[in-house]
Ligand binder design. Structure first.
Ligand SMILES: [Zn+2]
Length: 438
C-alpha cells in the first residue's frame, strides 16, 4: 500500500468510526472538495455538469516542470468533435463539445498527490517517476477552478456573458483560492520498496517566522528542517554524482530517488463551511439536507484547523480537551495512543543524563547489609528479611540498568562507579545470580 492508498483507507476508516459522533463530518469539512465534470457545447448554448467530491487530487509529474503545469494538464479536457461529438439532448443533434474537469469547491486543507507511481505496460511492472517537479510555498488555485476558468473565458470573449453564466454559481472572494504549503510526504526509494517521511510546518508556534517552524518526522526521529532545503529534498529530478576513478574524477547525473509524493496546502484564510452547497448528486443531496438540519450542533469546535463556524452555532458547554478526547475517540484507539506516548516518553528519557544520575544515586547511596546471606535454599522473604530483600532488589535493578542502558550510552563515563560497586556486591554474594535470573 502506498501513502496515497493508505491516506484513503485511513480517511475512510476514520470517517466510519466517527459516524454518529459530532465529528462525523470532520473529514469532509476539513479535506473535502468538489470537482466538476463539465460538458460545454460549442455549437449551441447548452451546458451540463456533474459534480464529484474529492479528498485529494492526483496530478501528473511526468514531463511537468512544476505543479502549475500539472494543474493546467488536469483541467485541460478534450474536445469532442466529429464522430465523437456530444449529442445535445436539448438541440437533438450532435455538437462539438468541450469535456473537462476542473475544481469547483476547495477545502481548507488541500491534499495533492503527485503521480509518481505508474504502471509500465512494456515491462508490466510498477515504476516510479522521478521527474523534477517544483511546487511553490504560496499557491493560487483560482485559474484551475470553474470560477477562474469562467472569468478567463469571459475576459477572452469581451465579457458578453455566455451560456455558462446561466448556471448560477456563487462567487468566491480572492482569498478563497490562496493556499500555503504546510506539509510534504516524501518517498525515498523505488516503486515497490522505499521509505516515507514527512516535512511539516508547525502551525501553533505563530510567534516564530514560518521558515523556523518546519520539522522532519522520520519514523521516531523528529528534527528541525530548513524549508530552504525543500527544492533539493522534494522536487526530484537529477543530482550530480561523483566517482573517484584511478586517476581522474568523473561526474555524472543520476536520477534522485527521493521526492515529494503528497503535498498538503492550507488555505491562508480559512473559509466557512460550505455544507449548504454540497454536491448535487442524488445521494449527496440527502446528506446535504441532513447537514442543514444538524449542521450547527455538528460543527467542529476545536483545534487550530477548525473551520469557521456559521454564526447560528448553539453555544456548547465548555469541555476540557481530555473529556472531549475521551468521549470521541474509540476506547481501544485512545488506549493505543496512550501506550505509544508512554513508550515514547520512556525512550526519550531512558538515556537522559538526569535519569542516569538518578539511577546511580539510587544504587550507590544505599547502605547494603554487610553479608547478604543468600543461597538457593535460603529464601529471602520481604516479611522476614525486608532489608536484605530490598538490597537484592536494588542490586537486580542496578544490574539490569547496567546491562541494558549504561553500556549503550554516552554518559557512561560519568557513572562508572556503578560497575565497581556492583562487582563488590557480587563478590560478597556469589549466589546472587540465582536471584537475578528469577
Ligand atoms: Zn444544445
Amino acid at each position: 500500500m502506498d501513502a496515497e492508498e493508505f491516506l484513503n483507507v485511513f480517511m475512510d476508516r476514520l470517517e466510519t468510526r466517527m459516524k454518529g459522533t459530532k465529528y462525523e463530518k470532520a473529514i469532509k469539512q476539513h479535506f473535502g472538495g468538489v470537482l466538476t465534470n463539465e460538458l460545454i457545447c460549442k455549437g449551441c448554448p447548452h451546458y451540463s455538469e456533474r459534480e464529484e467530491p474529492f479528498l485529494n487530487i492526483s496530478l501528473q509529474v511526468k514531463n511537468k516542470k512544476n505543479i502549475y503545469q500539472s494543474l493546467a494538464a488536469f483541467i485541460e479536457g478534450e474536445m469532442l468533435e466529429g464522430d465523437n461529438a456530444y449529442f445535445c439532448a436539448t438541440c437533438n443533434k450532435k455538437v462539438n463539445t468541450l469535456k473537462r474537469t476542473c475544481l469547483k469547491r476547495l477545502p481548507n486543507h488541500l491534499i495533492l498527490t503527485l503521480k509518481r507511481f505508474e504502471f509500465d505496460f512494456d515491462t508490466m511492472a510498477k515504476i516510479k517517476v522521478n521527474d523534477y517537479c517544483e511546487f511553490p510555498h504560496k499557491l493560487n488555485l483560482e485559474p484551475y477552478t470553474q470560477q477562474g476558468l469562467r472569468k478567463a473565458e469571459r475576459a477572452k470573449k469581451g465579457d458578453q456573458g455566455d451560456q455558462q453564466d446561466q448556471t448560477n454559481t456563487k462567487e468566491y472572494p480572492p482569498s478563497y483560492f490562496e493556499y500555503k504549503l504546510t506539509g510534504i510526504v516524501i518517498h525515498i526509494g523505488v516503486a515497490d520498496a522505499g521509505h516515507y517521511y514527512s516535512l511539516i510546518m508547525d502551525r501553533e508556534l505563530t510567534d516564530l517566522p514560518e521558515e523556523k517552524r518546519w520539522y522532519e518526522f522520520n519514523d521516531t526521529i523528529v528534527s528541525r528542517f530548513d524549508p530552504k532545503d525543500i527544492p533539493s529534498e522534494a522536487f526530484g529530478g537529477e543530482e550530480k554524482w561523483r566517482y573517484y576513478g584511478s586517476d581522474n574524477m568523473m561526474g555524472s547525473y543520476k536520477e534522485k530517488i527521493k521526492n515529494a509524493y503528497l503535498l498538503i496546502y492550507e488555505r491562508i484564510t480559512p473559509f466557512p463551511d460550505e455544507e449548504e452547497t454540497a454536491p448535487t448528486e442524488p445521494p449527496k443531496k440527502e446528506e446535504s439536507k441532513e447537514d442543514k438540519d444538524e449542521g450547527p450542533s455538528q460543527a467542529n469546535k476545536k483545534g487550530e484547523n477548525a473551520i469557521t463556524e456559521p454564526q447560528t452555532t448553539q453555544p456548547e458547554k465548555p469541555e476540557s480537551i481530555e473529556d472531549d478526547i475521551a468521549k470521541n475517540i474509540p476506547h481501544e484507539f485512545l488506549q493505543q495512543i496512550l501506550e505509544k506516548n508512554q513508550t515514547f516518553h520512556v525512550m526519550k528519557n531512558v538515556f537522559s543524563k538526569e535519569y542516569f544520575e538518578f539511577q546511580a544515586e539510587l544504587f550507590l547511596e544505599r547502605e547494603y547489609s554487610p553479608n547478604l546471606n543468600y543461597d538457593e535454599t535460603h529464601e529471602i522473604n520481604v516479611k522476614t528479611h525486608p532489608k536484605q530483600f530490598y538490597d537484592l532488589l536494588m542490586i537486580k535493578l542496578a544490574t539490569t540498568f547496567f546491562l541494558t542502558s549504561i553500556i549503550r550510552e554516552k554518559y557512561r563515563n560519568q557513572i562508572t562507579d556503578i560497575l565497581p560497586a556492583l562487582k563488590k556486591q557480587y563478590a560478597q554474594v556469589c549466589h546472587l545470580y540465582h536471584f537475578l535470573i528469577f
